[in-house]
Design a protein around this ligand. Structure first.
Ligand SMILES: NC(=O)C1=CN([C@@H]2O[C@H](COP(=O)(O)OP(=O)(O)OC[C@H]3O[C@@H](n4cnc5c(N)ncnc54)[C@H](OP(=O)(O)O)[C@@H]3O)[C@@H](O)[C@H]2O)[C@@H](O)CC1
Ligand SMILES: Nc1ncnc2c1ncn2[C@@H]1O[C@H](COP(=O)(O)OP(=O)(O)O)[C@@H](O)[C@H]1O
Length: 302
């Protein structure tokens, strides 16, 4: 495999699409979220916000009624009825308690068949050890989850400190074992497929708060769904890396807007700019999801 490439604005821009005159909500892309539980309803709300702010034409939620009503309180355009059009991308696992949840078991089956599926958090545990091929999947582990997944799938004990010491190598091993795209999250997010490796460096560390991973999962879903109706469709690894890049920029924009609510989104796009100094203040995951629209608009305006 060639050395890791660094992923930036021009690569991300190739994965961001404005709506065309002949688009409609389904052609813009349908994301189905199988996220949240009574213990973690917030994860579902965050993923729905990110999928909508990431540009999906249609966001469907599948989960407990009580969670669906929390999603609708925040995003009333979300469709919580089952059935209808096939999803372009399914996002599964954020905030789900049980790895045996039928929503996750079916998501793994879908990924095994090659359909685009984001497997986050608990869904990573639903990937079977004996037969882990999930070529349609984007796996989104943090370092703790990657250590557990790699230990199961590559047949030797891998600790969090091993992941922190060599995230590229371990992400690549898991990508080869599963055939999936692995997004190893952190300040440097590694995006590995069986034959590619890219690094996305976050412009801010204010992202290190609960729920920002749930936002990233929803955003990967949105970029995958909007790209599904383009020709050519960018590779899943590039879409996942673009999501990580936009997510980092949205974190920087949200942090800058703590100091200056009028901070322009364009300021966070370049690698050397005022916004990349350690400016700003604490952000919430919902702030990051909200900032995605502005970052996407700024990318399209370049
Ligand atoms: N509002 C909501 O609804 C929210 C819902 N959420 C949902 O909650 C569920 C549980 O998710 P989770 O990540 O909190 O717990 P879990 O997967 O059990 O791992 C935690 C253990 O792993 C370790 N660890 C090592 N490296 C690490 C790293 N870089 N980042 C993080 N952890 C790291 C660390 O161990 P330590 O290093 O402390 O020994 C730690 O004890 C999940 O479904 C998620 O979607 C959250 O998104 C929050 C908002
Ligand atoms: N120090 C950091 N600098 C930049 N980004 C970070 C940092 N720590 C975490 N992140 C990002 O924040 C997100 C956290 O995801 P995750 O650990 O799954 O949290 P949660 O499960 O609470 O949503 C990831 O996208 C990760 O890349």
């Amino acid at each position: 495999m060639s050395p890791a490439t660094s992923f930036g604005l021009s690569e991300a821009a190739a994965c961001v699409f404005a709506p065309r005159p002949d688009d409609h909500k389904y052609r813009r892309g349908l994301v189905e979220l199988r996220t949240g539980s009574l213990a973690y309803p917030g994860a579902a709300v965050l993923g729905a916000e990110a999928a909508a702010r990431g540009g999906a034409g249609f966001v469907r939620y599948a989960g407990p009624h009580a969670v669906a009503s929390r999603v609708l309180d925040r995003r009333p355009e979300t469709v919580c009825a089952s059935g209808g059009h096939d999803a372009d991308v399914v996002v599964a696992g954020s905030g789900v308690e049980d790895p045996g949840d039928p929503r996750l078991v079916d998501a793994v089956r879908r990924a095994r068949g090659g359909s685009a599926t984001v497997l986050d958090a608990t869904a990573l545990q639903a990937v079977p050890t004996e037969d882990p091929a999930v070529p349609g999947a984007v796996l989104t582990p943090h370092a703790g989850e990657l250590a557990q997944l790699a230990t199961r799938l590559v047949g030797r004990r891998i600790r969090v400190r091993d992941v922190e010491g060599d995230p590229e190598g371990i992400a690549a091993e898991v990508a080869r074992a599963t055939g999936a795209v692995v997004v190893a999250k952190g300040h440097r997010t590694i995006v590995a497929s069986p034959d590619t490796l890219a690094v996305v460096v976050a412009p801010t560390s204010w992202l290190a708060v609960a729920g920002t991973g749930d936002v990233l999962a929803g955003l990967v879903g949105a970029l995958g769904a909007t790209a599904a109706h383009r020709d050519p469709v960018p590779p899943l690894a590039e879409l996942a890396a673009a999501a990580a890049w936009l997510h980092g920029r949205a974190g920087a924009l949200a942090a800058a807007r703590v100091l200056d609510p009028a901070a322009p989104a364009d300021d966070v796009l370049d690698d050397v700019s005022r916004a990349h100094r350690p400016v700003g203040g604490p952000v919430t995951a919902l702030d990051v999801a909200d900032a995605l629209s502005g970052v996407i608009a700024a990318v399209l305006a370049r």
